[in-house]
Design a protein around this ligand. Structure first.
Ligand code: ZN
Ligand code: FE
Ligand code: FE
Ligand code: ZN
Length: 270
């Protein structure tokens, strides 16, 4: 893979210390993105909630600090195109809040994620690994049902880490396309892109989110994709992007997306 693959790619899913479980400020991520020759860098820290909700996101009153930190990176790295986004938790009943958030800044994109299952616990939180054992089928049913709702809400510019519940390496038996299919149909019907998120390679599941089978279905359905690292530390900016681009191309993709002020544009994968 030529090194210039980075120039055609944007890493839009990165975090900051405001979420309390990431390190490195936007300037630190920007330095790495510039070194690696990434086409664009974007921030998508975990969205604030109307009031304190859990301990892994910025507080509502920290939103100005977040925007300021992204502006600092823009000022220090004027040649790098730096985008402002958020990773928003989709929680049924909280759609109104995402609509409010959408008006609170000049966002380039809002990413929709499902971390919380209906019972109110996070499917990807290491604290709950034990809950996965022997319950993969129920968890996957619940998760994908919410994921489809998240896509159909129309609130988001793209959706994150599709098969996140596999994080700890526990999956239901059999052909998992029974879960992928309704999500891919929802993506195609609503024209919503998804991301290949390389963070899965750094977890027990040891594969990207989503699995190849999902990417194949998505390509067949004409759904566009982006490639993201979900970096929670600057060293992970653009992590495994060569492999992710190879997977995308292997499944038939020739293009990826950029966003500016919530408008997508298509860019060839070099
Ligand atoms: Zn996080
Ligand atoms: Fe996430
Ligand atoms: Fe994330
Ligand atoms: Zn994420």
């Amino acid at each position: 893979m030529p090194a210039n693959i980075f120039a055609s790619l944007a890493d839009y899913h990165t975090h900051t210390p405001l979420c309390r479980h990431a390190e490195g400020w936007p300037v630190d991520y920007a330095r790495v993105a510039a070194e690696r020759g990434l086409g664009e860098l974007g921030f998508a820290d975990h969205n604030p909630m109307p009031e304190q909700f859990d301990d892994w996101r910025m507080l509502r009153e920290e939103l100005p600090r977040y925007i300021e930190a992204v502006e600092e990176a823009r000022a220090l790295f004027p040649k790098l195109n730096i985008k402002l986004g958020l990773e928003c938790d989709f929680i049924p009943g909280h759609e109104w809040w995402i609509e409010e958030l959408a008006g609170m800044a000049d966002w380039d994109y809002l990413i929709g994620s499902v971390h919380y299952l209906r019972q109110g616990w996070e499917v990807d939180h290491p604290q709950y690994i034990a809950r996965h054992k022997g319950h993969a089928e129920e968890i996957w049913r619940d998760y994908w049902d919410l994921y489809v709702q998240c896509i159909r809400s129309g609130l988001f510019d793209f959706v994150a880490h599709p098969d996140l519940p596999k994080k700890f390496g526990i999956t239901p038996p059999g052909d998992l396309r029974r879960y992928y299919n309704p999500a891919v149909v929802a993506l195609a019907e609503t024209g919503t892109p998804f991301e290949i998120n390389t963070a899965g390679l750094r977890r027990d599941c040891r594969e990207m989110y989503p699995a190849r089978g999902f990417v194949e279905l998505a390509h067949a359905a004409g759904v566009p994709l982006l490639i993201s690292s979900d970096a929670h530390t600057p060293g992970d900016v653009g992590a495994n992007f060569e492999e992710a681009a190879a997977l995308a191309k292997d499944c038939g993709y020739t293009h990826t997306l950029r966003f500016a002020k919530r408008k997508p544009s298509s860019v060839p994968l070099s």
